[in-house]
Design a protein around this ligand. Structure first.
Ligand SMILES: *Cc1c(COP(=O)(O)O)cnc(C)c1O
Length: 401
C-alpha cells in the first residue's frame, strides 16, 4: 500500500478510487462541505486532540487490552488474540466515533445531535456522548424497531435522548433515515447529523475512519509488545465497516492477511443475508457509491442477519477499494457459525461476545483449525449482554438442543 495512504485516500471529494463521494441534495451538500472544512481545521487543533485523548483515557477506558485466548488456542490450534473493544464504556467500539462526532459538534457550536438507529446500538452510543457533552440528542427509529429493541429504547431515554418513533411505511431503518434527515434539514444551523459507521456521504466515511483508527494503532503496538512480532492474520466483522476499518488501517503495510467477515445469515437468497461485498453490485445508496444489495430500480433490498448491527445493505467505500485492491479478503460467517462461536468464547474464555463480533470469532476459529502455527488478532467489537435474552429464547443452551 502507498506509504502516504491516509493523505491520498479519500481524495478531497471523498472518493476512495471510484467509491464514496457525496450524492446529496444541494442544501445538504453545503452542510457536508461545512462539516468537512470544520473537521479539517478542528481535528488538527491542539485543544481538540488533547480533549479527545483525555476522554478516551478517563471516560472510555482506553487503551482497551489485547488478550491471549489460552484455552481457545489450545483447543483449536493457532494463537488467538482479542482486541477488547467490548471493554469500552457502553460496551462497544461505537463510542470511539460517537465521542469524536459529538466533540466536533461542540467545537462547531452545535446544540443538537440527530441520528437514526436500527437496533439501537448507535442511538445508545450517541445518547451517551450527548449526555457527556450536555448536548440535545434526537434519535429516529422505526416503530417496528422501537418495539423489538425495547431495552435500548429505555437506555436512550434514561440517558436523556428524545426517541422519535417513525410510523410510516415499513416502520424500520429506511423510514428512520428519511425522518432523521428531514429533522436535520429543518435546522442544520443548530444540529448535526451523526452517522453511525464509515458510510453515508463524504466526509463521514473519512471522519468515522479517523476516529476508529485508535483501535488499530493501539492493537498493533500492544501485539508487538506482547509477542515481539506482528499478527499473521487480522480479523473483524463488517456491517457498515467501522470497527473493521479501525483495526485494518494499522496493518495495511504489514505482511499479514486481513479478513473482513460479512454476515452470511441463513442462506444465499435475497433477504436471508447482508453480505453486500459478496453478493452486491456497484451503485448508489444513502448518498455514496459502494457495493450494495439493490434491485433493478436501484432500491435497497431487504437484508437479514442474526446480528442486527450487521444487517446493512451497503458497505463503507474504503472497504470497497480495499476489496478491489485485493488487500483485504472479504469472507462470510453464517448464523449457525456465529451462535456456535458465541457459546464457544463464553465457555472457553469467560467472555460473552456481541453477536456481531461472534462472526469474527467464528472465522478466526476456522483459520486456527486450518493452520495450527498461525497467529490471529480478532477485533472483539462489543460485548454480548444485549444479546443474551434473544439467544436463549431463539436457540437455547447448546446442551438443551
Ligand atoms: C454496530 C456494531 C457492529 C457493526 O458496525 P460496523 O460499523 O461494521 O463496525 C459491530 N459490532 C458491534 C458490537 C456493533 O454494535
Amino acid at each position: 500500500m502507498e506509504s502516504n495512504y491516509f493523505k491520498i485516500y479519500p481524495d478531497k471529494d471523498g472518493f476512495f478510487k471510484e467509491y464514496g463521494g457525496a450524492f446529496v441534495p444541494p442544501v445538504l451538500m453545503d452542510e457536508m462541505k461545512k462539516i468537512y472544512e470544520s473537521y479539517l481545521t478542528i481535528s488538527k487543533s491542539h485543544n481538540f486532540i488533547s480533549e479527545l485523548r483525555n476522554i478516551r483515557k478517563h471516560y472510555q477506558g482506553r487503551p482497551t487490552p489485547v488478550y491471549y485466548c489460552n484455552r481457545l488456542s489450545e483447543k483449536y490450534g493457532g494463537r488467538i488474540y482479542l482486541k477488547r473493544e467490548d471493554l469500552n464504556h457502553s460496551g462497544a467500539h461505537k463510542l470511539n466515533h460517537c465521542m469524536g462526532e459529538a466533540l466536533l459538534a461542540k467545537y462547531m457550536g452545535k446544540k443538537k445531535l440527530i441520528a437514526e438507529t436500527g437496533a439501537g446500538q448507535h442511538g445508545v452510543a450517541l445518547a451517551t456522548a450527548a449526555a457527556y457533552f450536555g448536548l440535545e440528542c434526537e434519535i429516529h427509529m422505526g416503530a417496528v424497531d422501537v418495539a423489538k429493541e425495547h431495552p435500548n429504547v429505555q437506555r436512550m431515554k434514561i440517558l436523556g435522548a428524545k426517541v422519535v418513533s417513525v410510523t410510516h411505511g415499513l416502520q424500520t431503518l429506511k423510514e428512520a433515515v428519511d425522518s432523521a434527515f428531514e429533522a436535520y434539514l429543518s435546522d442544520p444551523i443548530n444540529s448535526i447529523y451523526c452517522i453511525g459507521s464509515v458510510v453515508g456521504p463524504h466526509p463521514f466515511p473519512l471522519m468515522v475512519r479517523d476516529f476508529q483508527r485508535i483501535v488499530g494503532i493501539e492493537a498493533r503496538e500492544q501485539f508487538l509488545e506482547m509477542t515481539g512480532e506482528l499478527p499473521d492474520n487480522v480479523v473483524a466483522c463488517v456491517g457498515g465497516g467501522s470497527n473493521s476499518i479501525g483495526i485494518f488501517t494499522a496493518f495495511l503495510n504489514d505482511d499479514c492477511q486481513i479478513y473482513g467477515v460479512e454476515p452470511g445469515g441463513r442462506g444465499e437468497n435475497i433477504g436471508d443475508h447482508a453480505a453486500s461485498m459478496r453478493y452486491g453490485v456497484k451503485g448508489m445508496i444513502h448518498g455514496f457509491k459502494c457495493y450494495n444489495l439493490q434491485n433493478e430500480k436501484g432500491e435497497p433490498l431487504p437484508v437479514y442477519s442474526v446480528a442486527s448491527g450487521l444487517d446493512y445493505p451497503g458497505v463503507g467505500p474504503e472497504h470497497c477499494m480495499l476489496h478491489d485492491m485485493k488487500r483485504v479478503n472479504y469472507v462470510t460467517a453464517n448464523d449457525k457459525e456465529c451462535i456456535d462461536a458465541f457459546f464457544e468464547l463464553s465457555r472457553m474464555e469467560g467472555i460473552i461476545p456481541a453477536l456481531e463480533s461472534a462472526h469474527a470469532v467464528a472465522y478466526a476459529l476456522k483459520l486456527a483449525k486450518e493452520n495450527p502455527h498461525t497467529s490471529i488478532l480478532v477485533n472483539l467489537s462489543g460485548r454480548g449482554d444485549k444479546d443474551v435474552d434473544f439467544v436463549l429464547e431463539k436457540y437455547g443452551l447448546p446442551e438443551d438442543r
